[in-house]
Design a protein around this ligand. Sequence first.
Ligand code: NAP
Ligand code: ZN
Length: 352
Amino acid sequence: MYKAKAYSAASATSQLASTTIERREPKETDVQIEILYCGICHSDLHQVRNEWSEVMPTVYPCVPGHEIVGRVAKVGSAVKRFKAGDLAAVGCMVDSDATCPECKAGLEQFCRNMTLTYNFPDKHTGGVTYGGYSESVVVDERFVLRVPANLNLAGAAPLLCAGITTYSPMRHWNVTKGQKVGVVGLGGLGHMGVKFAHALGAHTVVFTTSPSKKDDALRLGADEVVLSRDANEMARHAGSFDFILDAVSAQHDINAFIHLLRRDGNLTMVGAPEKPLALGVFGLIMGRRSLSGSAIGGIAETQEMLDFCGQHNITSDVEVIPIQKVNEAYERLLKSDVKYRFSIDMASLKAE
Ligand code: NAP
Ligand code: ZN
């Protein structure tokens, strides 16, 4: 074991604060990464504040962070794809059993024995996993991704969660040229959804509660912007969407969006609000519409997404912050005031 600087929360009501954690020394198949940037996902906030207590209660101290980009410091003797000095990235998962039907299908995110990057039982230490708000991390090679060399690193970090979580359902539901696609909520996930829908050739419509984000939505690739709290604007789009991606982090009316789907259209939830959402089933029955969910994406698909971003020069629009501003950033996330992802410059941790 070795010691690493990190930021952790001591309880659901504590601020994140500087700490020291123990990491395992890299084993045969492990890659040790010096973290350069880590994105701030709204899931970090949900978990730090134990908002998902029913499905995944938070174990404290909690070191969040699953949008990790860094440089390889050291590799185990059996590691083949990485060497010291390489750029590397880690997303929401660090392990899975590799043998179940989900793993064999490249869908490690649904493996029953999958290990999340933080707040999950850690088979190596006997404690819980610690995430990327830290100076380094040790991860099995199978869960380490390659970062295309042309991408800005601060902007590439959020691809590891916000990127794959929006790319994967769009690929699964075959978003293509000529389709009408909606993205609900212009936050970290939503703004990546807009970039991907646009890059895939869809007519892209952003639904936002923030009138001030209208110009940005168009700049990010939207063809139209709808203020979702304006019933008249919403009514103009009734029955017209092939696919809608809902990336909202809080309570909202999903029925209003289901009614905008055409026959056989699909609305996929990636947003994970704390409390259950009410569903009016007639919106689904009429028009044979479907409602589904999606969780991040498998490892092979995450690499495919990173390569797609390399080819199309897609990164997240980031506000780079020092780790000392993380609590402030959380408060701004709650106010939907992020343009459009916070990316922590981990060099700032050296000052602690
Ligand atoms: P975020 O940056 O905070 O963005 C959320 C956006 O939702 C806000 O910018 C805002 O957009 C909208 N919103 C917030 N409160 C709202 C309200 N009361 N009513 C309507 N709209 C509201 O969060 P994020 O990091 O993108 O994450 C979004 C959600 O996805 C979170 O719940 C997160 O946990 C979840 N998530 C899921 C997965 C997965 O695998 N399924 C992966 C990552 C994250 P406007 O200002 O445009 O309205
Ligand atoms: Zn995330």
